[in-house]
Design a binder for this molecule. Structure first.
Ligand code: NAP
Length: 266
C-alpha cells in the first residue's frame, strides 16, 4: 500500500483526498491519500518522519509552503517561486516541487489559450500570483503584475523576466491589449466582489480565477458577460493535483475521474 498525503494546518476541508483517491480507484492502484496537520513547530519532524515511514509523496499547503523549501532539495522553479507544494520521497533525499505553476498553465491550455507571446495581467502577488507569474513568463508570455500592495508587485516583477508592475487602479489600461487575465488574489472568495472592474473586460480575453469557492466568481460572471473565455479555479486545482500525481507515480493521470471527484464536491 503506497501512502500519499497533504500536510498543512488546517486541512479539514481539502478536496485533494477525494481527487487523488479517485485516481487510485480509476487505475486500480493500492494507495491511500491522507491528511496531516502538524503544529507549526513540528514541520521539520513531520517531513523527516514521513520520509522514515516510507510515505511516497506529500502535497504541502498553508502555512508550510515556504518552510518546506528549506527542508527538502527544491527544484529550480520551486526555488524561484519561493514555495514547495509537492514533496517526492522516492529518491535518496526528499525533493520539493511547485505544481501550481504547471497547473495554471495546463488549465489555460486546456481551454485553448495560446500562452506563447501572450500579454498577461496577473492580479495578486502572493503565493499563487508568484507561481502563475513565473509559469506564464517561462511559457513565453509577457507579464504585468498588479497588486494592492504595489511594493510586493515590484519585488516580484524584479524577479520575473520581462515583467512590469502596478497597483490595482486603472486596470483597463493594461487590459486593453491583454490576452490573458488571472485573478490570484482571494477577492471573490468571501463575498460577491471582484478585483477588476467589469468595464475593463473584453471579448478577446481569457480570464482565469484562482478562487474555486465559489466556482462562479463575480469576476468570471463579468468576464462571461463581456464575451471572454472563462476558466474557473477548479481547473487550476485539478491540474496541480494531476501534475503531482504524475510526478509521484510516473503514470498518466486519469484526469476525467479526478475532475469528476473534484467538481462533485464544489
Ligand atoms: P496569499 O499568498 O495570502 O496572497 C493573497 C493575495 O491577495 C495578495 O496579493 C494580496 O494582496 C491579495 N489580496 C488579499 N485581499 C485583498 C483585497 N481585499 N483586495 C485586493 N487584494 C487582496 O494567498 P495565495 O496563496 O496566493 O492565494 C490567493 C488565492 O488563490 C486564494 O483564494 C487561494 O484559495 C487561491 N489559490 C487557488 C489555487 C488553485 O489551485 N485554484 C492554488 C493556490 C491558491 P496584498 O499583497 O496587497 O496583501
Amino acid at each position: 500500500m503506497d501512502v500519499f498525503g497533504l500536510i498543512g494546518n488546517p486541512v479539514g476541508h481539502s478536496l485533494s483526498p477525494p481527487m487523488h483517491e479517485a485516481a487510485y480507484d480509476d487505475l486500480g492502484l493500492e494507495a491511500r491519500y491522507v491528511t496531516f496537520e502538524p503544529a507549526s513547530d513540528e514541520i521539520e519532524d513531520a517531513i523527516r518522519g514521513a520520509d522514515a515511514l516510507g510515505v511516497r509523496g506529500l502535497n504541502v499547503t498553508i502555512p508550510f509552503k515556504r518552510d518546506v523549501l528549506e527542508l527538502v532539495d527544491a527544484d529550480e522553479l520551486a526555488a524561484r517561486i519561493g514555495a514547495v507544494n509537492t514533496i517526492d520521497f522516492s529518491g535518496d533525499a526528499p525533493t520539493g516541487h511547485n505544481t501550481d505553476a504547471a497547473g495554471a498553465l495546463r488549465a489555460l491550455r486546456d481551454h485553448d489559450v495560446d500562452l506563447e507571446g501572450a500579454d498577461a495581467v496577473i492580479v495578486g502577488a502572493g503565493g499563487a500570483g508568484r507561481a502563475i507569474s513565473f509559469g506564464l513568463a517561462d511559457a513565453g508570455g509577457t507579464v504585468t503584475i498588479a497588486n494592492r500592495t504595489e511594493s510586493t508587485a515590484r519585488e516580484l516583477a524584479d524577479e520575473v523576466p520581462g515583467a512590469s508592475e502596478r497597483g490595482l487602479e486603472n486596470l483597463a489600461d493594461p487590459l486593453a491589449d491583454a490576452d490573458v487575465l488571472v485573478n490570484a488574489t482571494s477577492v471573490g472568495m468571501e463575498e460577491d466582489a471582484t478585483p477588476v472592474p467589469a468595464d475593463a473586460l473584453h471579448g478577446d480575453l481569457a480570464v482565469m480565477d484562482a478562487v474555486y469557492r465559489p466556482l462562479e466568481t463575480r469576476l468570471l460572471r463579468d468576464a462571461a458577460a463581456a464575451g471572454a473565455t472563462t476558466v474557473d479555479g477548479a481547473w487550476m486545482l485539478l491540474y496541480q493535483g494531476v501534475e503531482a500525481f504524475e510526478l509521484w507515480t510516473g503514470r498518466e493521470a486519469p484526469v476525467a475521474a479526478m475532475n469528476e471527484a473534484l467538481r462533485s464536491r464544489l
